[in-house]
Design a protein around this ligand. Structure first.
Ligand SMILES: [Zn+2]
Ligand SMILES: [Zn+2]
Length: 227
């Protein structure tokens, strides 16, 4: 399968919780990373690219979990016909703004994607994949309904565009963004024990991740706009 990236599998061999996490990080123009989680139930995290979507057995996935509504994470959903068994999940605060300029589609010269969210997520929602559970952490800042997903056993964090490797943070100058909320959200992430970070863009990292998140917090505080 062309979507496979060796790095993620190597990392997971060290901490084998998900049987496999396949990552699409082929650098095209703009798409986010797409994660294909193989637990007892299969799940997808973010789906910006139709090319990627067409290569995945979508009907085998119980759910497509969207970290937030931006175009680069959701564009493929506009054109997919999913069987009813694959549920689309998103935080309620972002789901409200689907189809509007809050998707930032205009940045990509596109119209806002339209799709139906089956399951509205909230802070603390548990997404049960059988042998592992993803816990939803509401992390507003990049968008009002941004979420991260944390899996306790492998200490995995899927961070969307809230934090990126090596101290990176999501931008807060798009509609609904808040540098104050971002600081609060990253403060919560900094309290977690994280072994592997799966960001919305960039590389998967298992290199002293807690330290990386602390760097993101420092950076976010330095960028917090005065009010
Ligand atoms: Zn993004
Ligand atoms: Zn984004």
């Amino acid at each position: 399968m062309p979507l496979y990236v060796g790095l993620a599998q190597a990392l997971l061999r060290r901490k084998p919780y998900f049987t496999e996490v396949r990552v699409d990080t082929f650098s095209r123009n703009y798409e986010s990373n797409t994660y294909w989680l193989i637990a007892e139930q299969k799940a997808i995290v973010d789906l910006g690219s139709l090319t990627t979507a067409k290569q995945l057995p979508l009907d085998e996935a119980c759910c497509i979990i969207l970290t937030h509504l931006h175009y680069d994470h959701t564009a493929a959903l506009d054109q997919l016909r999913l069987s009813g068994s694959t549920k689309i999940m998103m935080h309620e605060a972002d789901a409200k703004a689907i189809g509007t300029s809050a998707s930032a589609a205009h940045f990509f010269g596109a119209r806002a994607p339209q799709y139906h969210v089956d399951t509205l997520l909230r802070d603390g929602t548990r997404i049960d994949l059988g042998d592992s559970i993803l816990r939803v952490i509401h992390t507003p800042g990049h968008t009002p309904g941004s979420i991260c997903l944390y899996e306790d056993n492998s200490k995995s964090l899927f961070s969307g565009d809230t934090v990126f490797p090596y101290g990176g943070i999501g931008r807060t100058d798009l509609p609904g963004g808040s540098s104050h909320d971002l600081v609060r959200s990253i403060s919560r992430l900094a309290k977690l024990e994280v072994s592997i970070l799966y960001p919305g863009h960039g590389e998967v990292t298992a290199n002293n991740v807690n330290e990386q998140i602390k760097q993101s917090l420092t950076f976010a505080k330095a960028n917090e706009s005065p009010e």
